[in-house]
Design a protein around this ligand. Sequence first.
Ligand SMILES: Nc1ncnc2c1ncn2[C@@H]1O[C@H](COP(=O)(O)OP(=O)(O)OP(=O)(O)O)[C@@H](O)[C@H]1O
Length: 332
Amino acid sequence: MYPVEVQGLKKTYITRKRVGLFKTVESRIEALKGVSFNVNEGEILGILGPNGAGKSTLVKILATLLLPDEGSAKILGYDVVKERGKVRKHIGISLSVEKGFFYKLTARENLKYFGMLYGLSGKKLEERVNEALKAVGLQNQAEKFYEEMSLGMKARLSIARALLLDPPVLILDEPTLGLDPVTSRRIRHLLVNLAHQKRKSILLTTHNLFEAELICDRVAIISEGRILAIDTIDELKKRVADTVFIEVRLPSMSGLQALNILKDFPSNEVKIYHRKGIAEKIVISVPVSQAEETMEKLLHEFRASRLKVRSISILEPSLEDVFVKLTGQRGV
Ligand SMILES: Nc1ncnc2c1ncn2[C@@H]1O[C@H](COP(=O)(O)OP(=O)(O)OP(=O)(O)O)[C@@H](O)[C@H]1O
């Protein structure tokens, strides 16, 4: 059993729009068209997709806030439709930074309030509130009123609330949206620690490919209600990368000599880009199958011509390359 098991999940929104005085037209939006995946223990699974891909719909269903039309989703074996109460005891949810907190209560009071709602009381409640505050680094700001808190503090408080029951599964919708780089980094560090040290299973959505690349053990790329690919980032890159780039850095003024050497390079699939500057850079694109061999040949040719090379390396494709290739969209 996986901590999170999703099988053939479908959801269609039906909306009615008034046309004229008495007539309404129905419009159907298939937000999820049969989504299946699992999340392992101690794993961060990132859900990536362009706007309207179905990420929030998926997250809301897992958080028991929305009913699916078909398929099933289980958290620790409990069905999100038939066993909502049990599911809620085992998940921590952070859907939107701003929602649900009381502006006139302090961070601690807010957490206490939610702790009580979740069934905690007495010493246990105090303990869990303190632990949650500490986990997100808010122990020194616990007496600050919510309305006085910065966006970063609010984001951390939202994660603290998700941690109140010390749940094995966390579901987070864009946990670092709108946060400055330092706070984002702090939250990323916290999430990696929760997954890898505390063995929590984390499902998060993000528009930030850089972040996904940094912290997700696997990512699912979702578009128009379907998962286009789900795998580790390395595997996804391998799958889409038919071309890699070899970057050669040279001392200034030696670019032309290098280009001259490359003139007779034995492959017409090799493309060369040259950037002049203090340190000159030559980037050679080659089919992935020829990358290693090309690199060796390059080194050999440069050495034979006594050309000094500062560095030579193979540039990996980025997660953005994967995303663009799979969804046909640049950025998310
Ligand atoms: N309550 C609703 N009623 C009707 N249509 C909806 C509703 N919620 C979402 N949709 C539609 O369902 C599709 C999926 O939306 P969803 O919010 O799940 O996407 P998303 O991937 O979270 O997008 P974003 O990245 O913009 O948050 C979209 O076409 C959206 O317009």
